[in-house]
Write a protein that binds this ligand. Structure first.
Ligand code: GRF
Length: 203
């Protein structure tokens, strides 16, 4: 299998996934990294790892559809059959999602359905929550609302702020994202009729 990683920022999840592929924890090769932000660190990281990458700057396109068409072209050209979003900060249209339905994952830094959207760590702190975490889910047309594959919980300590919390959660993201991807590629988790079906080994 050939996976693509779509990212907009630092790329620490990209790095964790690429490493898991190299170590064969994920039975796939990272065939492409696509980034929509020209100077993002994820591009340097892909270069250092010798992973094929391209920058497709959304600001160069008149519409979301045209931007996505360019991404779809790049994905087809690289024979990608599985796509993961790792800090990709653009909303995708139903058309794009439909192309990779069931083979398109996202990681979100909250215990969904709590806190879809942005500033999740600060919102958990403001609410006085005792824990937060991250969720890997299939991408469906509803933002941050696709069926969950895996979730990880992290305790919120009294001295935590949004920065320390994000770091703690990210450390766990780097563990669960590769795991969830491997489950999907091994057909231990599948999306069928809008529902997630899981093999007992993933419980
Ligand atoms: C992660 O915290 C992820 O949960 C969120 O964006 C962040 C991306 O970080 N969607 P990185 O670029 O993988 O370091």
């Amino acid at each position: 299998r050939r996976i693509a990683i779509l990212a907009s920022g630092a790329g620490s999840n990209m790095e964790a996934i690429a490493q898991a592929c190299e170590q064969r924890q994920i039975p796939a090769e990272v065939g492409l990294v696509i980034c929509n932000v020209p100077k993002a660190t994820v591009l340097t990281r892909a270069e250092q790892r010798r992973i094929p990458y391209c920058c497709i700057d959304h600001r160069q396109f008149d519409s979301r559809e045209a931007f996505e068409e360019q991404m779809l072209k790049a994905l087809r050209k690289a024979s990608i059959d599985f796509v993961v979003l790792a800090g990709f900060m653009r909303i995708l249209t139903d058309r794009f999602i439909g192309e990779y339905y069931g083979s398109l994952l996202n990681i979100h830094p909250s215990l969904l359905p709590k806190y879809p959207g942005l500033n999740t760590h600060q919102r958990a702190l403001d609410a006085g929550d005792s824990e937060c975490g991250a969720t890997v889910h299939f991408v469906t047309p509803q933002l941050d609302a696709g069926p969950s594959i895996a979730q990880v919980r992290v305790n919120i300590d009294p001295q935590d702020d949004a920065v320390s919390l994000a770091a703690k959660v990210q450390e766990q993201e780097h563990r669960i994202y590769p795991l969830a991807i491997s489950w999907c590629l091994e057909d231990k988790v599948v999306l069928r009729d809008g529902q997630v079906w899981k093999d007992d080994s993933t419980m």
